[in-house]
Design a protein around this ligand. Sequence first.
Ligand SMILES: Cc1cc2nc3c(=O)[nH]c(=O)nc-3n(C[C@H](O)[C@H](O)[C@H](O)COP(=O)(O)OP(=O)(O)OC[C@H]3O[C@@H](n4cnc5c(N)ncnc54)[C@H](O)[C@@H]3O)c2cc1C
Length: 442
Amino acid sequence: MTKTINFPHDDATCGWYAALPEPQPCQRLQGEQQADYAVIGAGFAGLAAARRLAEHHPQARIILVDAQRVGYGASGRNSGFVIDLPHKFALEHPDPEHKQRLLRLNRSAIAQLQELIELNGINCQWSHAGKYQGAVGERGLAYLDHFEHLLQQLGEPFRWVEREELSGILGSHHYSRAIYTPGCYLMQPAALVTGLGRSLPGNVELLEESPIQRLERDGRGGWILHGTDGSIRTPQLLLGTSIFTQEFGYLRNRLLPVMTFASWTRPLTDSEMRIYGGQLDWGLTPADHAGTTVRMTQDRRLIIRNTYKHVPKYGKSTSDSMRKAVQASHRRAFLKRFPQLVNVPFSHTWGGVYAISRNFTNFFGQLEPGVYASACDNGVGAAWGTISGTMLADLAVGAQSQQLSDIQAVTGMPSLNPPEPFLGFGVRSRIRMAAWNSRSEL
Ligand SMILES: Cc1cc2nc3c(=O)[nH]c(=O)nc-3n(C[C@H](O)[C@H](O)[C@H](O)COP(=O)(O)OP(=O)(O)OC[C@H]3O[C@@H](n4cnc5c(N)ncnc54)[C@H](O)[C@@H]3O)c2cc1C
């Protein structure tokens, strides 16, 4: 394989990352390195894979390499919901056991993250806050009724929260009703993943700002990973590279690069908190998924996330005018919900790229001898990335477990995309139509 690849191109305006202390200098890939295992991508999936490999083989040399700093990619710039329930389309799956497997996998990821956070003292606003799924208008209310039905089928606990109670929590009269589910955790994503990066086992070497440009077979059944100033030779390669997996020639024409965006305020002052009138530390996702996600952090920042874009060139697909339009959309959503905070500006607006597939199927497994990948989580990668990365390591070392069987049973092959220009036209039309249909929930 000799193709030169496209790298991540994330903006420098992620609020979560900016709120962290200045990072320590990092180690980069230099010279010719040899590893027993190499993992590319230090998001949730790659961090979990490297950690698990080290637990299986404490004497092995494991290299975890990322093009950017840990916390700079999608894993550090998401909305910080670690969700236990099967998401959106998976919740509609006809096989009840499929959904139970997803629940078990997500919950074991949550337990794993919680243990690591406690063990390593990772300060990341981790909280068992649950999640509100909120409806504004008729469309959202119809989605909530359906959600209630699905939760009953699943046997999962939930509770309806009506407008008055909701406004006391959210500081907003905007929502008609919500369904509260208790199993979701909230966190500061950049703080969590940088904390996970800092607390890797001693036999994992973390190399940042080291884009891998090319993969080459070494002629002995292994691989050579070529970086700018060095290379890594390894018999076993694990890819935690999400949408960028296609850049290495794998899952070609099966993944769709999608970007979504968030804005947040600076921390509210004491007097703004009184005007706000709601509580701290809650998260609300829209009943209709094309709507707006809202959070209030533990440190008094309100976050708005909405807008999807098809981004064939990843972050390079965005322009200043697109960013301005996205920020304006966030501002409208903010003022509809919090008109009393009209004088509170946004301090940061950012975007992040992830992978979806047309059949909403996640890929997990071996791509060819010695190469394994977890790619395409359809936008809910905090729990999924953690458990799929962990299981990928188990698969690579030949370990057996119920969790490995579960993940193999619920994953598959993302379906093929139509060729361009039909693909781009189709995806853009679907995104526009979803946004139009959900305009009352935006
Ligand atoms: C605004 C936003 C809100 C979201 N909200 C949520 C949420 O609340 N909850 C949730 O569960 N999910 C959410 N998501 C999705 C979630 O962030 C992703 O699904 C998840 O981070 C994917 O994790 P990952 O480890 O698989 O991949 P990534 O985090 O994308 O990691 C891949 C890594 O590979 C590296 N890489 C790529 N190419 C190369 C190369 N050539 N060489 C070296 N390194 C390379 C990248 O730099 C990156 O760090 C959101 C996403 C966004 C953008």
